[in-house]
Each structure stands twice: as structure tokens, then as C-alpha cells.
Design a protein around this ligand. Sequence first.
Ligand code: ADP
Ligand code: ADP
Length: 231
Amino acid sequence: RPLVRVEQVSKEYAMGGEVLKALNGVSLTVGYGEFVAIIGPSGSGKSTLMNILGCLDTPTSGKYWLEGEEVSRLPENRLAEIRNRKIGFIFQNFNLLPKLTALENVELPLIYRGMKGAERRERAMEALRKVGLADRTRHRPAELSGGQQQRVAIARALAGSPPVLLGDEPTGALDSKTSGEVMELMLELNREGHTIILITHNMDVADQAKRIVRIADGVLDEGGGAACISP
Ligand code: ADP
Ligand code: ADP
């Protein structure tokens, strides 16, 4: 049973009298432990696909199974539950709450799950240790560098041990050195068994993934074709 199975998914937006097909018959299977980059230019449908994979939106047609459960037609309250249990989100702009400390930011998804004080703090600490920020737990986001803020966000994504980490241009706001360090951390997490799906328009980022899927005009292309046939 694959972690992610998307079959013939389309997403249409009504634009005045027109219908715009942001995704057109997309199929994608991702197994546990994979590190996949989905790369495409602006307007190709990346965010639309990310929103569907992250259960933030549902397809117009087609089906999506997450860990074997069909999630393509669920109401918002069920989707919110699935997001909280199954998806660790990592965003370009970190999306940390400025008034909370690093530790409190990492505790947030655990609060949503109803986890109580001591256990919650221990889990959050463990996640911060994993990203190398055990000595920054009381800092607020503004007191941390961009790379450190993204590592807090990664710790937040990890805290609830979701089966998949979903990154939307996670290095997009970082300089190239810091961005390399964040990718190195993602590779390390993947080596430890975490499944990672990244959405990016940056080939240098995509190149570090184990598998690259291209998207253009709402259509996926795994590449290869004839070149894939082994001798
Ligand atoms: P990307 O993330 O690759 O830039 P998007 O998924 O944001 O691509 O957009 C794909 C296409 O769908 C674009 O033509 C975009 O204008 C359109 N689109 C995206 N979101 C909406 C929306 N909420 N309403 C209407 N059109 C949208
Ligand atoms: P609740 O309904 O309990 O307030 P939310 O729907 O706000 O829960 O959030 C559930 C999970 O989904 C959280 O872990 C949150 O990080 C994530 N989430 C919610 N909204 C978004 C969003 N717009 N983009 C990315 N992740 C989101």
C-alpha cells in the first residue's frame, strides 16, 4: 500500500465564464521513504497539487488515497484532522508565530492533537534537538536567522511524527549557503526514513531529491521515456 496514490486528478477553477484547468489528469504514487521533488515553472499547477496532496483542497475529479484512505471527497473538518495527523508542512516563509518561542511554535501541532504539557514539551524538545536547535528553544523567530527559523519550522513539521513531510519551496527565502544546509537536513531526515515531497521551481533543489517529477500546464511528466529502457 503506497503512502500517496493520486489517480487522474483534475482541478478546475471557474474564471468568469471560462473554466481553467489547473491540473489535468494527474497521477502520482509515492512510497514510504521516498524523497520526491515536483518541479515546474510558475503557473504550472504546483501550488494546486501541493494543496491537494496536503489535504488543504480537494480535486474536481479523480481520486487521492493517503495511506490507503480515500481523502478526495472529505468535508473540511475531516480534512483538517487528516492534515494534523498525517502531514508535516514546511513553507517558504516558515509561517512561525512571532510571539511564541521556538519551543512553543513546535508544540503547536501537538496542542491541536490534544497532547498534554509534559509529554508535549518533551516531544517538541526532541524535534528541536533533531534539527540542531536544542540551544535555541526560548528564542522567538525574530531572534533567529532565516536558516534557524526554517529549522524550527521543520521541527514543528516533525513533532507529531506525520508519515509525510510536504515542503512548498522550503529554501525559497534562503541564501544559497543556508539553503544548502536546509537541504542537507532534509536529506538526513530522508536517510532516517522520513518521506519527503518538495514542490519547487529551482532545479538545484530538485536535483538533490531521489526522484524528480516535472509539472507543466497541469500535467505531470516523470521524464525518462525511451531513455529509461535499460540495456
Ligand atoms: P504554480 O504554483 O505552479 O505557480 P498554481 O497551482 O498556483 O501554479 O496555478 C496553476 C493555474 O491555476 C494558474 O493558471 C493559476 O492562475 C490558476 N489558479 C490557481 N489558483 C487559482 C484560484 N484559486 N482561482 C483561479 N485560478 C487559480
Ligand atoms: P484547526 O481546524 O484545529 O484549527 P487547522 O485546520 O487550522 O486546524 O490546522 C490543521 C493542521 O493543518 C495544522 O497542523 C496546520 O499546521 C495545518 N494547516 C492549516 N491551515 C493550513 C494552511 N493554510 N496551509 C498549510 N497548513 C495548514
